[in-house]
Design a protein around this ligand. Structure first.
Ligand code: PHE
Ligand code: CO
Length: 287
């Protein structure tokens, strides 16, 4: 998502965007997208939330090849007013939030190499488009993302970004949703990951806990492995109202007085959907 300040690379606009240069993708790069798309769509049958599946359809993501940002933005803008813009890599926090607050989703334009299908450090165009963009065509989730951008600008002023970033992590990137047919995925970090999309729903290792705003903002997270805890929302309305319609200033002050929680912690006030064995944590991701 975002990053501490670095110098703006040459060739980027003042808002850090660059042209996608769609014509420069090679057939091999398009083939990597197609492979990831087919594999992941198969994996997500009965695992992705309904809004995601509808988004994929509305945006015609099943068309072959890496999507053209202009065409994708035209379809997305018709639904929710969001657009997708290309950036060279991580951008400063303020730039990132400013884009979100204006309904622009910043996406990487490079695609992973065929030998990196399962793991890569920096988000590429598959993670950013396939993982994030379908949900931006859902009107409620679209409002949540815009409000998050505004909230990010405020958190920067209040020196509370570390807490607010956890909310992004445990919702936008790694969120689960309880649908009538069962638990489903809506977090982009899971939806774009072949391994974690099964792990997050079916493995006995991680905790699955009912979403609680303050609880989430106290919880540290792992960036080097599958998550040890996932938080489950009931629906996007709940998420939107609990965040956009609350003033976080007093919450940030309260958080200053509360200890952080470990990624695998379970505390007495938690509402547990399923308690994890945390077995996976001892093995590590790639063994
Ligand atoms: N309402 C929050 C605040 O006062 C901002 C926010 C909106 C944060 C949506 C997260 C998501 O800071
Ligand atoms: Co992401």
């Amino acid at each position: 998502m975002a990053n501490a300040a670095t110098a703006r690379p040459p060739g980027t606009a003042a808002d850090w965007t660059i042209p996608q240069d769609w014509a420069r993708y090679t057939p091999k790069e398009h083939a990597v997208w197609d492979l990831l798309y087919v594999r992941q769509t198969e994996m997500l049958q009965n695992r992705a939330c309904q809004a995601f599946r509808q988004g994929v359809e509305h945006l015609r993501l099943s068309d072959k090849g890496i999507p053209n940002f202009e065409e994708l933005s035209a379809r997305l803008a018709k639904r929710t007013g969001w657009r997708v813009v290309a950036v060279p890599g991580l951008v400063p926090d303020e730039v990132f939030f400013e884009h979100l607050a204006n309904r622009r989703f910043v996406a990487g334009r490079f695609i992973r190499k065929p030998e990196q299908l399962d793991y890569l450090q920096e988000p590429d165009v598959f993670h950013d488009l396939f993982g994030h963009v379908p949900l931006l065509s859902d009107p409620v989730f679209a409002d949540y993302m815009q409000a998050y951008g505004e909230g990010g600008l405020k958190a920067l002023r209040l020196n509370a970004l570390e807490k607010l970033a956890r909310l992004y992590w445990y919702t936008v990137e790694f969120g689960l949703i309880a649908e009538s047919s069962g638990l489903r995925l809506y977090g982009a970090g899971i939806l774009s990951s072949f391994g974690e999309s099964r792990f997050a729903l079916e493995d006995s290792s991680p905790n699955r806990l009912t979403f609680d705003l303050m609880r989430v903002m106290r919880t540290r997270y792992r960036i080097d492995d599958y998550q040890q805890s996932y938080f489950v929302i009931d629906n996007f309305d709940q998420l939107l109202h609990q965040t956009r319609d609350a003033d976080f200033s007093p919450l940030y002050r309260e958080l200053e007085t509360l200890p952080d929680l470990a990624p695998d912690a379970v505390i007495p006030s938690d509402r547990i959907v399923s308690r994890g064995s945390q077995k996976h944590a001892y093995r590590g991701k790639f063994q």
